[in-house]
Write a protein that binds this ligand. Structure first.
Ligand code: THU
Length: 131
């Protein structure tokens, strides 16, 4: 059983940095690596909407830039009715490094939904580039 509380707390804190003037939907993510470090991200929107980066990808890119590629667990949090799960693009980016990554989705009220990248994006890399 993965201990998610500290990861959820880190994601909640990261969410406070979100820049979301267009959607007004702030998201925070926290990614624990095998070495025990935690990398956080928040969504950063842009007037050219397609340039927006999600919290989850911000966290992955921060980890990879720090030399960490082995991921152990992800927590993501937003002020949503149902706990928020990563979008399709983020699922694919997470699958690049951790196709079976456990994911804990949370909302500000304390509801959680546990899943994994394997469940959220099955067969993510199958067949691509001859794999
Ligand atoms: N968003 C995330 O950062 N992560 C998610 O899991 C869902 C969506 C952001 C993108 C955009 O800034 C806003 O939430 C609304 O879609």
């Amino acid at each position: 059983m993965i201990e998610y509380q500290s990861l959820i707390d880190a994601a909640r804190h990261a969410r406070e940095g979100a820049y979301a003037p267009y959607s007004r939907f702030a998201v925070g993510a926290a990614l624990r690596t095998r070495s025990g470090r935690v990398f956080c991200g928040c969504n950063v929107e842009n007037l050219s909407f397609g340039l927006t980066i999600c919290a989850e990808r911000a966290a992955v890119f921060a980890a990879v830039a720090a030399g960490e590629r082995e991921f152990e667990a992800l927590a993501v949090i937003a002020d949503s009715k149902a706990p928020v799960t990563p979008c399709g693009a983020c699922r694919q980016v997470l699958a690049e490094f951790a196709p079976t990554l456990p994911v804990c989705s949370a909302n500000l009220e304390g509801a959680i939904f546990q899943s994994s990248i394997a469940e959220l994006l099955p067969r993510a890399k199958e067949g691509i580039l001859g794999t």
